[in-house]
Ligand binder design. Structure first.
Ligand code: PGA
Length: 257
């Protein structure tokens, strides 16, 4: 059984002190359930204050939004896996479309980041997704599968057991135009069958595949109750405690498989 995962990607929002008060509010609002795992991914500068506000026995996990593939060294402005581990991170987002398009990350860099995450006991959340032009040209599956296979190249089934994939169509991110449930399910199924072919069926069935891109309290239930959608990577709607809590609640309605 795959545990549903809801990840809040804060992007470049909230100072350390804003983050602490947000988390205190979230702790009193967020419904908790053993069937849904919740992870917060604040900016690097707020990781420590979020960790402190969550407290030692928190039911929410901590994730980072990026990492460098080297362990340490002369890489001005970068943050490494050991640094994130030391701050209590258990997850790290890798290859987000904003990293790919605004900061030039290529599949080869993203693959090194996935490997670095695994080497540091961080669970990578590998983001993949097609642009509008690629979708309109009928290339969605080819693009997404290409990103998945490049990002996961050479990984073993054991590695894949701790990887999560987030399917985030670029045209849906921050636009208010989410993929329809049918569009998301079709891509999730394509990813799962690519894993079954490249690795094996058991690995494919264990892999969590999240949907991301304009997830809101309004569309969360329709998306999240699909058996092929194992959770959500939430941007804009995770910045308000109420909407993030409503999305988490929608995830709790998922049928137990
Ligand atoms: P959005 O962002 O929910 O604001 O569309 C999702 C993401 O970029 O992960």
């Amino acid at each position: 059984m795959r545990t549903t995962l809801i990840v809040g990607n804060w992007k470049m929002n909230k100072t350390a002190s804003e983050a602490a008060s947000f988390v205190r509010e979230l702790l009193s609002t967020l419904p908790m359930s053993p069937t849904v795992e919740v992870v917060l991914a604040p900016p690097f500068t707020a990781l420590e204050s979020v960790r402190t506000a969550l407290g030692p026995s928190s039911r929410m996990g901590l994730g980072a939004q990026n990492l460098h593939w080297e362990q340490q060294g002369a890489f001005t402005g970068e943050i490494s896996g050991p640094m994130l581990r030391n701050l209590g991170c258990t997850y790290v987002i890798v290859g987000h479309s904003e990293r790919r398009t605004l900061f030039g990350e290529r599949d080869a860099d993203i693959h090194k980041k996935v490997r670095a995450a695994l080497a540091n006991q961080l669970r990578p959340i590998l983001c993949v997704g097609e642009s509008l032009g690629e979708r309109e040209a009928g290339r969605t599956e080819a693009i997404v599968i290409g990103q998945v296979t490049a990002g996961l190249a050479d990984l073993t089934s054991q590695d894949l057991a701790i990887v999560t994939i987030a399917y985030e169509p670029v045209w849906a991110i921050g636009t208010g135009r989410a993929a329809t449930t049918e569009q998301a399910v079709a891509v999730h199924q394509a990813i799962r069958s690519c894993i079954a072919t490249g690795w094996n069926k058991k690995t494919a069935e264990g892999l969590r595949i999240l949907y991301g891109g304009s997830v809101t309290p309004q569309n969360a239930e329709s998306l999240l109750t699909e058996s092929d959608i194992d959770g959500a990577l939430v941007g804009g709607a995770c910045l308000k405690t109420e909407s993030f809590a409503t999305i988490t609640l929608a995830a709790q309605k998922k049928r137990i498989r």
